[in-house]
Design a protein around this ligand. Structure first.
Ligand SMILES: [Zn+2]
Length: 163
């Protein structure tokens, strides 16, 4: 059995992928980045989820600083980043709903999950992280009969980033 046929939930949560979020620039509508703002140089660990964020557009030069902490998107419509509530770049509306990812690493995790015929859940005794990113995916993304369609959507989202 090839290794990719089995997917093991790495039990990441949405927090795992918010260090770099790709968004649609509110000024020029090109791709912009939301990254941790003022970096605490003494701290080599990952920046805190609640640390201030900075929106940077290399195309038009827009920069913004976030005020409040993250407010994670939970709706069914177009997805926004947790800090500026600006629409994500990596998203696409399918006939089932919106497929979205914060960044390419996140999109790749979804792709690996969807393409794997065998999917392992996080173990039942792992009480700490029941609601992993994978567990939270909408049911239509998890349905086997939607697999080809979801994978096509993933590829279309990925190709939207080719410059
Ligand atoms: Zn811009």
């Amino acid at each position: 059995m090839p290794p990719l046929s089995r997917f093991r939930d790495p039990r990441h949560t949405n927090y795992r992928f918010v260090d770099t979020v790709l968004v649609r620039c509110p000024k020029c509508a090109e791709v912009a980045h939301v990254v941790p703002g003022v970096c605490l140089a003494s701290d080599a660990s990952r920046p805190s989820v609640s640390a201030p964020r900075r929106l940077i557009c290399r195309n038009c030069g827009l920069t913004r600083e976030s005020g409040d902490g993250p407010g994670f998107f939970t709706g069914n419509g177009q997805a926004c980043d947790p800090y500026f509530q600006v629409p994500l770049w990596l998203q696409l509306e399918t006939r089932h709903g919106w497929l979205w990812a914060y960044n390419l690493e996140h999109l790749e995790l979804i792709r690996q999950f969807v393409q794997a015929p065998l999917r392992e859940r996080a173990p039942w005794h792992d009480r700490g992280r029941k609601m992993t990113l994978i567990a939270r995916l909408p049911a239509w993304i998890k349905r086997a009969k939607n697999r080809a369609e979801v994978l096509r959507a993933v590829e279309r989202i990925r190709s939207s980033l080719v410059t």
